[in-house]
Write a protein that binds this ligand. Structure first.
Ligand SMILES: [Zn+2]
Length: 172
């Protein structure tokens, strides 16, 4: 279970408890590298939810990966990890209620953007600009990291928004 802050692979479990009528286990963890705390939800014997990408490839939906993407989008923004965890739980619940087994990745991206927009405009623009360009809820994470690196805080919003405008213009 990778740390959503530093990507380190090992963490210790502080607390475990069943949620959603015992269908999943909520674990409070602490990263062994950066010591930050985060929550994971581990599903018990549940049919995997399959994500269909635009090129028709399939992959298993991974709530923790999605959370890492959201954490990156909110880098240096006043958004608590609890809010992001709630977004992920909410999306997964909605997906499982509305879809049999497979769900298009585009739809997940749109669901994230709808929610993120209400939480933080800058995080929303970051997520949207990278996501729309790469059309992939997971693989954009690396790109987002590159985008945020070596950019001064003050310039960050301006730079992100100018990229966003650029992408929109190219699409029109
Ligand atoms: Zn860490």
């Amino acid at each position: 279970m990778r740390c959503p802050f530093c990507d380190f692979a090992d963490s210790k479990v502080l607390d475990s408890r069943p949620v959603e009528e015992g269908r999943s286990i909520r674990r409070r963890r602490e990263c062994l590298n950066c010591n930050k705390r985060f929550t994971t939800y581990e599903k018990l014997e549940e049919t995997p939810l399959i994500v269909i990408k635009r090129d028709d490839r399939r992959e298993i939906f991974d709530a923790n990966k999605l959370l890492r993407g959201l954490v990156k989008s909110c880098d240096k923004r006043p958004v608590s990890i609890n809010v992001l965890e709630e977004i992920v739980v909410d999306i997964e619940k909605e997906l499982r209620n509305s879809y049999e087994k497979e769900v298009p990745s585009i739809l997940i991206g749109e669901m994230v953007m709808q929610r993120l927009r209400l939480v933080d405009e800058v995080a929303y623009v970051r997520f949207a600009s990278v996501y729309r360009r790469f059309d992939d809820i997971y693989n954009f994470v690396e790109e987002l990291g590159k985008m945020l690196k070596d950019v001064k805080d003050d310039d960050l919003t301006k730079k992100t928004i100018s990229q966003w405008v650029h992408i929109k213009n190219n699409n029109n």
